[in-house]
Design a protein. Structure first.
Length: 164
């Protein structure tokens, strides 16, 4: 038996959660295909690399998708946790739901800013935005063109001389 196969005791827990009929294979290949899914995710290999001992890879892949869409894996996980809880073998303090790193707001980290510091930071941010807007308005020579009442540049030539 390889490390990817289930023991008979483990299979006794898993088998009742796998559907037979609309979403399930013939009962004789049910365990083989389920172990193929375990192999795929245990190794991280592509479906096409699945050993033939688990069955044809497209069949195992399609079975996985059907079970996933039918919610079989969620029901299996919930059922196994409930069964383990009955036996007193559950330690949910070790369960990791997601390992995504999310940057928290500074208040979430316990950082408290006084009103004066927060006002100074907001003022500096506003000045930076105004400076960036002003820089975007500068012409190619690095000067800020002067606008007339019509909103057009009085110095359209860019050389500083006015045309008559």
């Amino acid at each position: 038996m390889t490390r990817t196969q289930l023991t008979d005791e483990e299979w006794e827990y898993v088998a009742p959660y796998l559907p037979i009929g609309e979403y399930g294979p013939y009962p004789s290949r049910l365990r083989q295909q389920f172990e193929g899914v375990i192999w795929r995710f245990g190794t991280g290999a592509q479906w096409r690399e699945m050993p033939a001992g688990f069955g044809a890879w497209p069949t195992v892949h399609n079975r996985f998708r059907q079970w996933r869409d039918a919610g079989v894996f969620e029901a299996l996980l919930e059922g196994l946790i409930a069964e383990a809880a009955k036996l007193g073998r559950v330690d949910l303090s070790l369960v990791s739901v997601d390992s995504t790193t999310v940057r928290a707001h500074h208040d979430a980290a316990g950082m408290h800013l006084g009103a004066d510091v927060l006002a100074a930071l907001e003022k500096a941010a506003a000045e930076e935005r105004a400076r960036q807007k002003g820089a975007a308005r500068k012409d190619k020579t690095g000067r800020t063109p002067k606008a007339t009442r019509s909103g057009k540049s009085a110095d359209a030539s860019g050389d500083g001389a006015s045309s008559v």
